[in-house]
Design a protein around this ligand. Structure first.
Ligand code: NAD
Length: 454
């Protein structure tokens, strides 16, 4: 496998050096071709997502295909502007010169994707890589084999492998890729694997973007619109059966509003999914039975407030709410990444800050409050990737906001212009005049003045 991958990287490097990808019109044509290929295969993509995760067409469109179309639209519309060299100011000390920032691609890029939004998380970074003029190799997740195949088909039908290629396989395929001298690595996945990626990249000083995970809190203050908070948290938590990197992992609700909040949480779970969720046609499945077992080990019979039913063979777990949860419970030891919602309480703002700071900086944070002062206080005091006030997840569905982590939840960001920037090196160039030569910078010794006159 290593030989085949080595030869693929070599082919991509040669192609990159041909200079074809530097032309912005070329990039736009490729993005348009990618869009047409996705449109042509839309049915197959829906089908693959249904088979891998039982995603409904609606959910697959809203959270995967539609998001990719939006990114394509934004890149196609703006790449001309973003790729143009930028003129900068020139200091007085450099009189005669002009300053520019040139936007240059890195070269051969690698995109490693996870299984939870297997289509979108492979394709959205690709749009950035193509827009910025790179070649790309995509390594989809082996845990969603049907989507991996359809991604390969879309790419093979559209691009020559020296430009964009797909390498399917598990961690062994990733490891082979990571041994190669690549120019950029864009990784989406777990914190544990993210560390391995960075370690491998460090050996060859390859720059990385790491889109990782973590325990993202939803904070419900006393003055929040409790009913709407419960509705939006239930939606954000149980979409894709909780297998969302930015899903609210746990809730911190003010003690005084706990009862009311729980009442609405249960109300909206039933409203969205019905009473007998096992037979709900569109409720997603857990990616693998091992993951159901992992999630089941987080449950504590005495703390289940709602739900708790699961079936590993069916890859099913119903939306589950846990109460009286404390920091030492298994459910608070790692990112849940499944349909379990632990509810913790607090009684003052300081306690919120303290509880969130106890853990590594999360990928997202959701704050529910009507108070501008509280918003400012929490948003300024806590470190996290990004998030929403009075909503969940929606910050990632816009090309106008950077999306990425902070600290252990990752580094770098993308979406919209940030995707272009992520896959671009900014080359600072000073263009000096040759019509005169101001002597100030040279040493004032007689010898050097003489040299200058020559
Ligand atoms: P994962 O880290 O297990 O796998 C991600 C990818 O890395 C897969 O393609 C896999 O084959 C590959 N991989 C696995 N082990 C590897 C190794 N040792 N060396 C090199 N590559 C390896 O993650 P996952 O289980 O697919 O996804 C779930 C995680 O991803 C969660 O933690 C979630 O929060 C995170 N995530 C983050 C984002 C984000 O945008 N920040 C989005 C989705 C998921």
């Amino acid at each position: 496998m290593q030989d085949a991958i080595h030869s693929l990287v070599q082919k991509q490097r040669n192609y990159f050096y041909s200079g074809e990808t530097l032309d912005v019109k070329f990039r736009q044509r490729q993005l348009a071709r990618l869009k047409a290929a996705i449109q042509k295969k839309e049915k197959d993509i829906f089908e693959a997502l249904r088979q891998d995760l039982n995603k409904s067409e609606h959910e697959a469109y809203v959270t995967e295909i539609g998001l990719v179309y939006n990114e394509l639209k934004d890149m196609l519309k703006n790449v001309d502007l973003w790729a143009a060299p930028r003129k900068e100011k020139t200091p007085f000390t450099h009189t005669g010169a002009k300053s520019f920032v040139y936007k240059v691609p890195y070269g051969v890029t690698l995109i490693i994707a996870p299984w939870n939004y297997p289509f979108q998380l492979a394709l959205a970074p690709l749009i950035g890589a193509i827009g910025a003029g790179n070649t790309a190799i995509i390594k989809p997740s082996e845990l969603t084999p049907n989507t991996s195949t359809v991604i390969r088909d879309v790419i093979v039908d559209t691009f020559a492998e020296e430009y964009v290629a797909v390498v399917e396989g598990d961690k062994e395929a990733s490891e082979c890729l990571l041994r190669e001298k690549l120019d950029y690595i864009f990784f989406t996945g777990s914190v544990a694997v993210g560390k391995k990626i960075m370690e491998a990249a460090a050996k060859q000083l390859i720059p990385v973007t790491l889109e990782l995970g973590g325990k993202s809190p939803a904070i419900v203050m006393k003055d929040a619109n409790i009913r709407l908070a419960a509705k939006r948290i239930v939606w954000g938590k149980f979409i894709n059966a909780g297998q969302t990197c930015v899903a609210p992992d746990y809730v911190l609700v003010h003690t005084k509003e706990r009862r009311k909040f729980l009442k609405y949480v249960v109300h909206y779970i039933k409203k969205f999914y019905g009473e007998d969720i096992r037979f709900h046609a569109d409720y997603p499945r857990i990616v693998h039975e091992n993951h159901v077992e992992r999630l089941a080990a987080m449950l504590d019979e005495d703390k289940i407030y709602y739900g708790g039913e699961y079936d590993a063979a069916e890859r099913f777990m119903e939306p589950t709410v846990m109460v009286e949860v404390n920091d030492n419970d298994p459910v608070m030891q790692e990112e849940i990444f499944g349909p379990i919602l632990p509810i913790l309480t607090f009684s003052n703002d300081y306690e919120v800050i303290e509880k969130v700071r106890r853990r590594p900086s999360p990928l997202a944070l959701y704050l529910f409050t009507e108070s501008k002062a509280t918003q400012q206080y929490i948003l300024e005091s806590l470190q996290f990737g990004g998030g929403c006030v009075n909503d969940t997840l929606m910050h990632l569905a816009t090309p106008y906001l950077p999306f990425g982590g902070f600290g252990e939840s990752g580094m770098g960001s993308y979406h919209g212009k940030r995707s272009f920037d992520t896959f671009t090196h900014e080359k600072g160039i000073l263009k000096q005049s040759t019509t005169f030569d101001i002597p100030l910078r040279y040493s004032k010794t007689k010898r050097s003045l003489n040299t200058m006159r020559k």
